[in-house]
Design a protein. Structure first.
Length: 208
């Protein structure tokens, strides 16, 4: 169930204010963490009163939900661009460019204010889990559609679970790199890309 107070505002000024609040909240998350951040703290940093903030968000968890949704949308934009470039030419083309997708997704994530804490909040807070789950399912849906165009003999019920697992692995390695300093990002992405490439190409062999 969504904890957001309302739908995003439609007027330009209101949208800009909402985005400003989210940017400030992301910066504060990086400074103080999930437990300490508050709507009063966010409002003060943004130069607004708490009642002004409540026009956009009902509580701090609504802010965290909106931060998670914004990050997932930006990650999805990376996926959509990648699919538009590589999906039309086949499974092998997608398989050969998985490393590119992982790296570009990581870059977008790291550009987001407070990204690591946003991701942690989506794992730690039961009322926020749906944001991550819905996004990862959406990615699996999009990949399934793209692959089925080239694998008509494999039904969706067989294909989707495999791709859903691949999606989880891809996101998990990026999240791991925020904490694990004994593995370089380049090596981690290369190894995961090789694993996922083999899994995709295996689909073509099973379909023949």
């Amino acid at each position: 169930m969504s904890v957001a107070a309302s739908r995003p505002p439609q007027q330009d000024r209101a949208r800009q204010t909402r985005e400003r609040l989210l940017d400030v909240a992301g910066e504060l998350l990086a400074e103080v963490g999930i437990e300490r951040i508050s709507t009063n703290m966010i409002a003060a940093r943004a130069g607004l009163t708490p009642p002004a903030l409540y026009r956009y968000f009902g509580d701090k968890y609504a802010v965290l939900e909106a931060l998670g949704q914004r990050l997932m949308e930006r990650q999805n934009a990376v996926l959509n661009a990648w699919l538009a470039c590589h999906a039309p030419t086949g499974i092998a083309a997608m398989a050969d460019h998985i490393g590119e997708l992982l790296s570009e997704n990581a870059a977008v994530t790291r550009a987001e204010p407070g990204a690591v804490w946003i991701l942690r909040s989506l794992h730690a807070s039961p009322q926020l889990v749906h944001v991550r789950l819905e996004s990862h399912r959406h990615v699996a849906d999009r990949l399934t559609e793209a692959c089925r165009a080239h694998l008509p003999r494999i039904d969706r019920a067989t294909l989707w679970p495999r791709l859903r697992l691949a999606v989880e692995i891809g996101f998990a390695v990026d999240e791991m790199l925020y904490e694990e300093d004994r593995v370089s990002a380049g090596a981690a992405f290369a190894q995961v890309a090789a694993m996922l490439r083999a899994a995709l190409l295996d689909l073509t062999e099973n379909a023949s």
